[in-house]
Write a protein that binds this ligand. Structure first.
Ligand SMILES: [Zn+2]
Length: 150
């Protein structure tokens, strides 16, 4: 049997620790966030989209909601403004640093697998949230996400 080159087994580099993707991780596409006149100035001032609690799932950590679709319909992203008077798609931000973003589907599956989420009714809320939407384009993060208008 031939010896391994240099006689040592390959091993992970120390300086790569914490920087490599998990097995099965999804490559992050360009991401966008849509908002209304009431929130655009705040995001511009901070330079980032700040996580918020979801009103129907207040026990989840505050999150930023994003889409990989640069030109979604209101139905795709669920910003139909049926419960609000303002146009929640009046302004589009482009994500500069997708810190901690994960596909919505990963959170959805975690919610569906959680007994506590079931007790809170979040199974139904999450299912209704994505029903008829293009949820495959949704991403979430619990971090403030640096972004610019555009
Ligand atoms: Zn508004």
């Amino acid at each position: 049997m031939p010896e391994r080159a240099f006689g040592v087994a390959p091993k992970p580099l120390d300086n790569a620790r914490g920087h490599s993707a998990q097995l099965g991780a999804t490559p992050i596409p360009p991401l966008y966030h849509f908002t209304c006149d009431h929130h655009v100035a705040g995001i511009v001032a901070v330079g980032a989209i700040v996580p918020n609690y979801h009103e129907a799932m207040p026990r989840l950590p505050p999150m930023v909601w994003l889409t990989s679709d640069p030109h979604p319909t209101r139905e795709d992203v669920g910003l139909t403004s049926m419960t609000l008077n303002c146009d929640r798609m009046a302004h589009r931000f482009m994500v500069i640093e997708p810190i901690g973003v994960v596909p919505w589907d990963r959170l959805y599956k975690a919610i569906r697998a959680s007994d506590i989420a079931r007790q809170l009714g979040y199974h139904d809320v999450a299912a209704q949230l994505q029903f008829g939407r293009d949820a495959a384009t949704w991403w979430v993060s619990t971090f403030a996400i640096p972004a610019v208008l555009g």
